[in-house]
Design a protein around this ligand. Structure first.
Ligand code: C5P
Length: 233
């Protein structure tokens, strides 16, 4: 899998999502399905989007005891998605169990990445709520190294952390980065943002883009601009 733009389809229903994807006609963007759409529309939305030829990142961020995550992953593996994720906070053992559950009898499996720390968690919440008395960037790197140790393929991280993650975990360790905005676009509620071109320069492997594409007047043009800026096509 090379560099690509992943479109976050944060819609409440299958109808809205499929109507949005219909606009792309011949193009088949890599699609992210999150909790809202998955829980609202059910696993069938994954099959429907897959049958249209899109690659899929199923962003469900699993976090539970290792045995439960392993069993849940063995259900998800049959949905034939390309990328799924867990919380690194679930421990190395949980991530190893996730990987086991995800691996099919023939040895193939979707890629598995870990969320290090959510971008909505700031230093204060890290210390006061989670009781982790360390600088955020050290925590993120530690969790990324744990993901690597467990055999995962990469992490979700802010674009600002992508270069450091590659340094700590290797160039082949995937960095999937949300928080992407056009230079002339609305930032919305994202705090630390980068343009697609900047994300490319700092070495993100995949960018996750939601509203700059889904809320654009011409979503296809916005998606194409993203691809041009990020991968030059
Ligand atoms: O609309 P926007 O481009 O901000 O969407 C970004 C997408 O990436 C959303 O689906 C959001 O849930 C997801 N995400 C994020 N920050 C993280 C992890 C996921 O924005 N740390």
């Amino acid at each position: 899998m090379g560099k690509d733009v992943i479109v976050a389809c944060d819609f409440p229903s299958a109808e809205k999502t499929l109507a949005f994807l219909d606009k792309f006609e011949g193009r088949k963007p890599f699609v992210k399905i999150g909790m809202e759409l998955f829980y609202g529309a059910g696993p069938d939305i994954v099959r429907q989007i897959r049958s249209r030829g899109h690659r899929i990142f199923l962003d469900l961020k699993l976090h539970d005891i290792p045995n439960t995550v392993k069993k849940a992953m063995s259900v998800l593996r049959d949905l034939d998605v390309d990328l799924v994720n867990v919380h690194a906070a679930g421990t190395v053992r949980m991530m190893e169990a996730a990987l086991e559950g995800l691996t099919r009898p023939d040895g193939t499996r979707p890629l598995l990445i870990a969320v290090t720390q959510l971008t909505s968690t700031d230093q204060e919440a890290l210390e006061q709520d989670l009781w982790i008395e360390k600088p955020m960037d050290e925590v993120v790197m530690h969790y990324a190294r744990n993901a690597r140790k467990a055999g995962l393929d990469g992490v979700v991280c802010s674009p600002l952390e992508a270069a450091k993650v590659h340094e700590a975990c290797g160039a082949d360790f995937l960095t999937v980065t949300p928080g992407v905005r056009f230079a002339d676009g609305d930032v919305g509620d994202q705090k630390r943002v980068m343009t697609p071109a900047e994300a490319n320069r700092i070495g993100s492997d995949y960018i996750v883009v939601g509203r700059p594409v889904t809320a654009a007047e011409d979503p296809v043009a916005a998606y194409e601009r993203c691809c041009r800026e990020f991968i030059g096509e």
